[in-house]
Design a protein around this ligand. Structure first.
Ligand SMILES: Cc1cc2nc3c(=O)[nH]c(=O)nc-3n(C[C@H](O)[C@H](O)[C@H](O)COP(=O)(O)O)c2cc1C
Length: 293
């Protein structure tokens, strides 16, 4: 990777949508919208609602499926120098394993990000991400089927994130990314209905950054594999906060929907910070949190 700035799954389409807006070759990595074996329709609208300092979404992992992705989207991505990482999910362990095996045979893919943390689908997804043993099983099953670098994406909707992270590392993950969205609700008082057809949704954006920072810090103290920080990163300063608490890379999500050039601004801002502070290697910042005075 050229730099530690990646796109968070589901907020950057399949990459090509941003072609005219950002220099895709400047990104650290592109992570595409979560893919499944078969195309998925997702949930009924309304699926998005703005909330203070963030948004709720209940897309429900709508996607074009791995076959259409390979045929129609990957040829464009293969022309880039930027590593392309496929975010993936299944409804059962068997589906996760079959999809991992399918992706393993595709050329032009640099890695996978296994989503065991989506709060918006009824089966699978989060069911694996909230139980340490279930997480171990699904990650082991994927590990058996792929030699690609494997990132496992964790849910914040748990009591002890370190217990999940520990088991995911044991199951053979090469890196851990966190956090996915925080389950939430928004209500219309006139109609007394939820503002989302799915009733609940996943909260993202600046509202979740303090939670994400705390969890990234806890997990980076627990595991020996790299940790990728996600959650409310809107500008370079936010990204630097994640690096300081132990992340070696970060992903930009909701910010892309507000400022499509957010990733470029963040890369520029990190560079400017390093120059200003005369820091030659970004690794000097990683895990540099000062606890006592
Ligand atoms: C509209 C939307 C769609 C998303 N779709 C996915 C997805 O398909 N797979 C996944 O792992 N995470 C998905 N996420 C979660 C983001 O990748 C990210 O983990 C989360 O939004 C927190 O980061 P942020 O605050 O920077 O947005 C989605 C988020 C949003 C807002």
């Amino acid at each position: 990777m050229n730099n530690p700035v990646m796109t968070a799954s589901g907020t950057f389409g399949y990459g090509s949508e941003f072609e005219t807006l950002v220099d895709l070759n400047r990104l650290g990595a592109i992570i595409v919208k979560g893919l499944s074996l078969k195309p998925a329709m997702g949930n009924k609208p309304p699926r998005i609602v703005e909330t203070p300092s963030g948004m709720l979404n209940a897309i429900g992992l709508e996607n074009i499926g791995i076959d259409v992705f390979e045929r129609e989207k990957l040829p464009f991505l293969r022309q880039l120098t930027t590593p392309v990482i496929l975010n993936m999910y299944g409804k059962t362990i068997n589906e996760y394993a079959r999809l991992a095996s399918r992706i393993n045979d595709i050329s032009g893919v640099s890695g996978i990000e296994v989503n065991i943390s989506c709060p918006n689908i009824k089966a699978g997804g989060i069911a694996f991400g909230v139980d340490p043993d279930a997480a171990y099983e699904v990650v082991s099953a994927v590990r058996e089927k792929t030699s690609l670098p494997m990132i496992v994406k964790l849910s914040p909707n748990v009591t002890d994130i370190t217990a999940i992270a520990h088991r995911v590392e044991e199951a053979g993950a090469d890196a851990i990314s966190l956090i996915n969205t925080v389950t939430g609700m928004a209500i219309d008082v006139e109609t007394r209905r939820s503002r989302l057809a799915n009733i609940t949704g996943g909260l993202s954006g600046p509202a979740i950054k303090p939670i994400a920072l705390r969890m990234v810090w806890q997990v980076s103290q627990t595991v020996n594999i790299p940790v990728i920080g996600i959650g409310g990163i809107m500008e370079a300063k936010d990204a630097l906060e994640f690096l300081i608490v132990g992340a070696t890379a970060i992903q930009v999500g909701t910010a892309n929907l507000v400022n499509p050039r957010a990733t470029m601004d963040i890369i520029d801002g990190i560079e400017a910070f390093l120059e200003k502070k005369k820091i030659g290697d970004i690794k000097e910042i990683v895990n540099s949190l000062i606890i006592s005075q």
